[in-house]
Design a protein around this ligand. Structure first.
Ligand code: HEM
Length: 129
């Protein structure tokens, strides 16, 4: 199995991850009902995000925490949602890739999810401050 080496690999990973996430019984509704996603737009954006995180490319200029804070006001996130996201994310990476970037993306995914979870589910402070 090869490692994640370029944008194309990240995109393949995202296509795979969302194909599972959108039909998942624990978190699928976020992508289909809370914020119905147009995957043709979302996949390039999320691939930009991971290119920035994994390859230090200045591709993503959004506000990932602000976006999830908005989602939280529409349908409250719970621990179980983030736990599921992390499990599916790691599982998808492991099915497709192996190597240092595969390890890095699992680690970064989990740590960003943990920060989101603590700020949204367990904190009273305003996310945007
Ligand atoms: C329970 C876990 C999560 C759920 C249900 C979820 C759901 C969503 C949804 C519905 C959107 C679309 C929002 C919109 O277009 O208005 C979105 C956007 C996004 N998510 Fe998540 N998310 C989760 C966790 C994460 C984590 C842990 C990360 C990063 C490691 C992440 C990264 C992103 C990015 C980069 C976007 C695009 C933001 C933008 O529009 O600039 N998400 N998410």
């Amino acid at each position: 199995m090869k490692d994640i080496e370029n944008r194309q690999d990240l995109e393949a990973l995202m296509v795979s991850f969302y194909s599972v996430a959108i039909i998942d019984e624990v978190i699928g509704h976020f992508f289909t009902k809370v914020v119905p996603l147009d995957l043709d737009k979302h996949i390039p954006l999320i691939t930009d995000f991971w290119e920035t995180v994994i390859f230090d490319k200045a591709a993503y200029r959004g506000n990932v925490f602000g976006v999830h804070e908005n989602i939280h006001t529409l349908f409250a996130f719970e621990d179980k949602h983030f736990e599921r996201w992390v499990a599916l994310f790691k599982q998808t990476v492991d099915e497709l890739f192996s190597g240092s970037n595969a390890e890095k993306i699992k680690q970064r995914g989990e740590s960003i999810a943990t920060v989101m979870r603590i700020k949204l589910v367990h904190s009273v402070t305003d996310f945007k401050k």
